[in-house]
Design a protein around this ligand. Structure first.
Ligand code: BTN
Length: 234
């Protein structure tokens, strides 16, 4: 399957770039950068990353069938990142629903999905690769592949491998395999959490992931199926 690559030494945000230019670009256009001056995280947060140390990229989805499955695409991306970093010797990474990748309780990768269904989707990935120090006071402690492996990683090689596996797996969706991998790497499994549903707080225990990739939380004798939102671990 064909894909297209654009690389910028510096850009405001690879997600913003694709959102502004998607009309002119093809499905599976990847945009990567060494540095983002206005990197965006989820929930209007800022994504900061040292120049040239990490992978920052976004890719464009314009395929109708895929766009329909938007809810699972960020999880699928997290699964691909997690599988790829396992190949470098990272032991048991985990996926924090809906789309963070963690190593030993620390965040190594964040994913931001934006766009306009049914027109297009942009999936942005920030993966900490060779950065050694992170700002203090982050919401969640961060790590990088090189901190975990005690060696630096070739960014271009990792990028190429990851792009290829994303394109292959998005072109040939194996939902069952993805679910199985996610269930066996589910960071929130058996954790006590708090979630807001229509502004009402629910506290319960995460008991699994259903076949639609929703988080299952047992709360007040009810089995909740959560398809979006922020989860707070208690
Ligand atoms: C999060 O965990 O909050 C999501 C972080 C997503 C960061 C990536 S870096 C490449 C792409 N461009 C952006 O501005 N954000 C995403």
């Amino acid at each position: 399957m064909q894909y297209h690559l654009l690389h910028f030494k510096e850009i405001d945000s690879t997600n913003s770039y694709l959102k502004n230019t998607y009309r002119l670009l093809d499905n599976f256009t990847f945009v990567s950068t060494d540095y983002q001056s206005k990197g965006k995280g989820r929930e209007d947060r800022v994504w900061q990353s040292e120049s040239g140390e990490n992978l920052m990229f976004s890719f464009l989805i314009k395929n109708e069938e895929l766009i329909k499955k938007s809810t699972i695409l960020s999880i699928l991306t997290a699964v691909e990142v997690s599988k790829e970093i396992e190949k470098y010797g990272i032991n048991q990474p985990s996926i924090k629903w809906p789309n963070d990748v963690l190593i030993n309780d620390k965040k190594v990768c964040g994913i931001l999905l934006e766009g306009q269904v049914p027109e297009y989707l942009v999936i942005g990935v920030g993966l900490n690769v060779n950065q050694k120090r992170f700002p203090e006071g982050l919401r969640r402690p961060a790590t990088s592949l090189s901190l975990e492996l005690n060696e630096d990683i070739n960014l271009d090689e990792l990028k190429e491998r990851l792009f290829k596996s994303i394109v292959n797996n998005f072109s040939n969706l194996k939902i069952e395999d993805c679910l199985e991998y996610f269930r066996s790497h589910n960071y929130l499994q058996n954790k006590r959490v708090r979630v807001l549903i229509n502004n009402e707080p629910f506290i319960g225990e995460v008991v699994g992931i259903d076949d639609n990739f929703c988080l299952q939380i047992l709360s007040r004798d009810m089995l909740l199926h959560i398809d979006s939102g922020e989860i707070e671990i208690l």
